[in-house]
Design a protein around this ligand. Structure first.
Ligand code: IMP
Ligand code: MG
Length: 371
């Protein structure tokens, strides 16, 4: 079988072979056969993930037993959520029975906790927990996990019943999410700092996809897309687009480039909410923002540059010194929060933005090469 597989937008590499999965199942079965001699337990399989493990386990169980199923769900994509969504109750009643809870994987322990509460309410005679996989680093609950097939690190895994958004359950080996090798940069710089020029150079040099939210809005506007129409209802009234809309455009663009080496985000994030959104979005792709790189240029130099540019560019907002100074002020007021945000994560890198294009690229590269 292949060593690397793709499910939806993510790559996984082989982690536990089919043979080793079988060993793990056998190990649990041997212990259950010993411990449940003379009893007639109910195997309570936690759907959907545990169906494969439980069917193998039951085939190896030598004594009388009965089956029941329960369904709870706490995962969305590769991210654990604290809420357990669906519950399909166990039938028939488990009252007075010896119950073996069969799980595919015990992660945070939220599911196990929910099930234990149900078992106590049902007044079972006894219960044990049998799981194929166990993530000790993620487990936060006090309950004993009685039978463990294999301990695994705190990585997202699929196969042998476990899924990523519905796919991967039929794999007979277990696969682990591949670590990302993406480089994701948030590029900042006041107007006139040469951000656009550097974005073009860095994009080529590091083979990154440049996403400018300014360009995105212009694209959606020009092509009158659904999002463009919504954007127009705000801009027509002279209002700023809400975060939600900008986030949607950005998420769409990121997933359109699912095979990218990384991204240069330009003009985004602008607010803390957007920064949180970006962090969540990239986390779903098992990656993150590596750095915020900001071109630092003295205000007076910026004013001079912009006024100079205004003489030839024809841009009215470059022609008037008052307007230019105000734009620079607005930039600092707006981005101070984000500088803080990334500084707290040790991801803020200020780079001297005065010099020739290649001098500045060299300074930026020094930062990027250490990421
Ligand atoms: P817990 O409630 O955090 O212990 O998570 C248990 C449930 O989350 C399991 O039954 C799985 O359905 C799901 N889960 C946890 N970790 C993984 C994983 O790495 N891959 C796929 N599903 C997982
Ligand atoms: Mg499950």
């Amino acid at each position: 079988m292949k060593n690397t597989i793709t499910l939806h937008d993510l790559s996984f590499e082989k982690f536990i072979t089919k043979t080793n999965v079988q060993h793990a199942v056998n190990g649990v079965a041997v212990r259950l056969n010993e411990d449940y001699r003379g009893k007639c337990p109910v195997f309570l399989t936690v759907l959907n993930g545990a169906f494969l493990f439980s069917s193998e386990l039951i085939k190896k169980f030598d004594h009388d037993c009965e089956l029941s199923f329960i369904k709870v769900a706490s995962y969305e994509g590769t991210q654990q959520s604290d809420e357990i969504h669906t519950v399909m109750g166990a039938e028939p009643s488990l009252k007075g029975r010896d119950v073996i809870v069969v799980e595919d994987i015990v992660d945070s322990g939220n599911t196990v906790e929910t099930i234990i509460k149900i078992l106590k309410d049902e007044e079972v005679a006894s219960f044990t927990i049998a799981t194929l996989l166990y993530k000790p680093e993620a487990y936060k609950k006090p309950y004993k996990i009685d039978y463990i097939g294999l301990e695994v690190p705190n990585d997202f895994v699929v196969g042998y019943g476990l899924d990523y958004n519905g796919l991967g359950r039929n794999l007979t080996s277990i696969y682990k999410l591949k670590k990302s090798t993406m480089t994701n940069l948030v590029l900042f710089g006041p107007p006139g700092a040469g951000k656009g020029t550097q974005a073009e150079v860095l994009k080529e040099k590091y083979n990154l996809v440049h996403i400018s939210t300014g360009d995105l809005f212009r694209y959606h506007n020009k092509n009158n897309t659904e999002l463009g129409k919504i954007a127009a209802t705000y801009s027509d009234k002279g209002l700023l687009a809400p975060d939600d809309l900008t986030n949607k455009m950005l998420a769409e663009e990121v997933s359109r480039n699912s095979d990218a080496n990384g991204f240069i985000f330009d003009g985004y994030p602008r607010t803390e909410d957007q920064a949180d959104f970006l962090s969540k979005l990239l986390k779903e792709k098992n990656t993150s923002v590596n750095a915020m790189v900001a071109l630092e240029v003295d205000d007076e130099v910026l004013v001079k540059r912009l006024l100079e540019r205004g003489k030839t560019s024809g841009r009215p907002d470059d022609a008037d010194e008052e307007v230019v100074r105000n734009r620079i002020k607005v930039y600092y007021a707006e981005t101070a929060i984000l500088k803080d945000y990334y500084e707290k994560q040790n991801k803020y890198h200020g780079v001297d933005g005065v010099g020739t294009v290649s001098e500045i690229t060299d300074r930026l590269s020094k930062v990027i090469d250490t990421l």
